[in-house]
Design a binder for this molecule. Structure first.
Ligand code: NAD
Length: 340
């Protein structure tokens, strides 16, 4: 039997073809089959890659494809039923973010994957970005001291989604990075937003996360902005990092800046904040497509029976935050407390 993992991709709209291209380029993998209900999208794949089998029926692909693994890049409401079927028929599964449409669906998938002893990985792509990996190393080495707070802005004109709001669409990237860096789940979630274009689907949202350690993070997500912005500021007790994903080369800048409150002072009049302004460093980051690293990680986890960095459990934690954000939106931005 061949040691190659035969992979199928479900959903070939905007993002699916990127998965196809990357799996196709990796060793140890045969990008064997693609399924989409839209025949035009399948023709597009056949034009690009004549060797790949195409199916309008997911069930047919599952039955015929002789596949070991499936990657799901459909609208979010279909993640659960498709992943459930794939896991139940013995396939390792990769699901694009967000993992599913509810916490209960995520819990079911985690349970099925564990029972079936299959790999379940979620497309938290930015965790595989060399810039984010470098930020994680800097944070872990305490080069910026302890994180005080993180703020993120992810703005663009579109791409408007019909079934999920902008927080469910864009904030998973920021939330996954924040959880990775903070290494703890938030205890409180607040979200405010407004639906300007499609009724009932917020296109501008502000999400705040408060953590048991007292730290704080805020995420601004928008489909209604003239500029594409992908920016994250990580403020530490000693230094600060600005990660700008739009920058082609200097994606990370480390600012040797801080403010300190002197520990001793006799009178309020003598009290002075001490501001420190040092150098700004832009470390070299190797250029590599995060999605390629992510796809390779999925294949490696299958081969070595390893738990992925972005496992089903991570996907579930993220959807807990998204679900709380929707509840907070329904209550005008009220704080929703997350259980342990
Ligand atoms: N990781 C990232 O950076 C990233 C970026 C963009 C999108 N995504 C994620 O990828 C997923 C897809 O997003 P998109 O923007 O490509 O959506 P899309 O609407 O452009 O594409 C979805 C495709 O799924 C197909 N489809 C629908 N039902 C199907 C079914 N039952 N069987 C097979 N195919 C079916 C549609 O015909 C369509 O071609 C979402 O979960 C999204 O959040 C991830």
């Amino acid at each position: 039997m061949s040691s190659e993992t035969r992979v199928g991709v479900v959903g070939c709209g905007y993002w699916g073809p990127n998965l196809v291209r990357n799996f196709r380029a990796l060793r140890g993998c045969t990008m064997a089959a693609v399924s989409d209900m839209d025949g035009g999208r399948l023709q597009h794949i056949r034009d690009l890659y004549p060797g790949i089998e195409t199916y309008t029926s997911f069930d047919q692909m599952l039955a015929d494809g002789n596949l070991q693994a499936l990657a799901i890049a459909t609208p979010v409401r279909l993640h659960f039923p498709l992943a459930q079927k794939a896991l139940e028929s013995g396939k390792h599964v990769f699901i694009e973010k967000p993992m599913a449409a509810s916490v209960s669906e995520c819990e079911r998938l985690v349970e099925i994957a564990a029972r079936q002893k299959l790999i379940l990985m979620i497309g938290h792509t930015f965790l595989y970005a060399p810039a984010v990996r470098m930020v994680k190393e800097i944070v872990t080495a305490k080069q910026i001291g302890d994180i005080r707070y993180i703020s993120c802005r992810r703005l663009n004109l579109g791409l408007f989604q019909k079934d999920i709001n902008v927080t469910w669409d864009l904030a998973p990237h920021d939330i996954s990075i924040i959880l990775h860096l903070m290494d703890e789940m938030p205890s409180g979630v607040n979200c405010q937003g407004v639906a300007n274009v499609t009724r009932g689907i917020e296109d501008i949202c502000n999400l705040s996360l408060t953590f048991p350690s007292g730290r704080f993070a805020c995420i601004q997500s928008s489909w209604l902005d003239p500029r594409k912005v992908r920016e994250m500021t990580i403020v530490g007790t000693k230094k600060m990092i600005v990660y700008d994903d739009i920058e082609p080369r200097e994606k990370i800048r480390i600012y040797d800046q801080r403010v300190e409150r002197p520990p001793h002072y006799d009178t309020f009049g003598e009290f002075q904040y001490s501001y420190h302004y040092g150098d700004v460093l832009a470390p070299h980051i190797r250029q590599e497509e995060p999605l390629r690293i992510e796809c390779q990680h999925f294949l490696d986890c299958i081969k070595d029976a390893r738990t992925p960095i972005s496992s089903g459990q991570q996907g579930l934690q993220l959807v807990k935050i998204l679900e709380a954000s929707s509840e907070s939106l329904r209550h005008g931005g009220e704080r929703i407390t997350l259980g342990s």
